[in-house]
Design a protein around this ligand. Structure first.
Ligand SMILES: [Zn+2]
Length: 198
């Protein structure tokens, strides 16, 4: 399955866990998404879904670490800080006790493009994905998750569709893959939950 493994080159500096006070919103909303099945694990043991939050007014962000979708609860050991991303070189610099999510590059370009966005959620759900395909902004079927091509496709949607207004897009080339974002994590989660119940 095309899920859960890192496709970028990472410069990961292993550091002690971050303070739980810095991660409180992330841990709270990650749990809500996990309880809704939008973050979780497939039968083959591969985890899916991730969540991030911008740090202050920088383009740096905290994101759930790779291989954490399957965990019942996250704590300070399960987050990374993404310091710098170079999409053209498919390269990323992160710090923390665990390496950043394989989908970090997609999160990074949204923060770069939209200074008002402070929280992003990537969830999986088959029925919602099927319902949303080509009904909301959608990246091409030819584009796989976690690649520079996906990052460019997201930039393209942000610049040419009404994605900034809708705050939700799906990935035709990443089955079940849905992204939402907003001014904060509560808004990103609200967008996801509104569509779930529509
Ligand atoms: Zn995914």
């Amino acid at each position: 399955m095309d899920e859960g493994y890192i496709k970028f080159k990472a410069n990961w500096e292993k550091t002690p866990p971050f303070a739980t006070t810095e991660l409180a919103q992330l841990i709270y909303w990650r749990q809500r998404m996990f309880d809704l099945g939008l973050i979780g694990m497939y039968e083959n043991g591969i985890g899916f879904g991730n969540i991030s939050q911008r740090i202050g007014d920088t383009n740096q962000f905290f994101i759930s670490a790779s291989k954490t979708g399957n965990l019942l609860e996250l704590n300070e050991h399960h987050f990374a800080k993404v310091i710098k991303v170079n999409v053209d070189q498919n390269w990323l610099h992160c710090e923390g006790p665990s390496i950043a999510s394989s989908e970090s590059m997609s999160h990074a370009v949204i923060y770069e493009q939209c200074s008002w966005v402070n929280g992003i959620i990537h969830g999986h759900q088959l029925s919602l994905w099927q319902k949303l395909l080509y009904q909301v902004p959608t990246t091409s079927e030819a584009i796989a998750y976690g690649t520079p091509e996906m990052a460019y496709a997201i930039i393209d949607l942000l610049q040419t569709s009404d994605l900034r207004h809708q705050r939700i897009f799906v990935m035709a080339g990443h089955e079940e893959g849905i992204f939402t974002f907003g001014e904060n994590l509560a808004v990103a989660a609200e967008v996801m939950m509104q569509w779930l119940t529509k």
